[in-house]
Design a protein around this ligand. Structure first.
Ligand code: K1U
Ligand code: ZN
Length: 169
């Protein structure tokens, strides 16, 4: 297992569209193991393959406090949504920035698990927000893109300065 590098916003690789996983083979299982280690080490409650520069439709989420309730979603598809909720989101690719985003309240999702079996999940609350956030990453969308151009550009400038500093150190 390995801790992978998480891409920092702004980075053009965060805007790539992930492709479908054709077969859940050993390469896919290995990247999922590494993503899990990376998410738990960060720590985070979700991670999309896009964020570790692997452009296949894979996301993982675990909103439990004890990091013992991992859900792997391969080729996730939203089947149904209901209602709206607004809450503060963070992102491992935009560290230290938390902003309110409006999303669907309830989602019904279909995906493959790590064994390549199809399953469905109907969730609301925090896990629903997290899955929607991670699915956006697979489409090349970072949560700051929901904000006003003014807020988004302020965050972008802050991140560029911060990224330059961390390269210099
Ligand atoms: O970068 C990511 O996609 C992960 C992100 C997931 C997320 C958080 C909040 C709302 C929507 C999606 C994070 O995990 S940021 C870190 C975070 O929120 C957190 C970390 C440790 C404990 C509790 C929360
Ligand atoms: Zn994110």
């Amino acid at each position: 297992m390995a801790i992978l590098n998480v891409l920092n916003y702004p980075d053009s690789r965060l805007h790539k569209i992930a492709s479908i996983v054709e077969v859940v083979d050993s390469e896919i299982k290995a990247i999922i193991k590494d993503m899990t280690e990376t998410m738990y080490a960060a720590p985070g409650i979700g991670l999309a393959a896009t964020q570790v520069d692997f452009h296949k439709r894979i996301i993982i989420v675990d909103i439990s406090e004890k990091q013992n309730d991992l859900i792997v979603l391969i080729n996730p598809e939203i089947l149904r949504t209901d209602g709206f909720q607004e809450s503060e989101e963070g992102c491992l690719s935009v560290p230290g920035i938390y902003e309110k985003v409006k999303r669907a309240s309830l989602i019904k999702v279909k995906a493959l698990n790590i064994k390549g079996e199809t399953f469905e999940l109907e969730v609301d609350g925090k896990i629903s927000i997290c899955i929607q956030h991670e699915m956006d990453h697979l489409m090349g969308k970072v949560f700051v893109e929901y904000l006003s151009p003014l807020k988004k550009n302020r965050i972008k400038s802050k991140m560029i300065k911060r990224n330059k500093k961390s390269v210099a150190i």
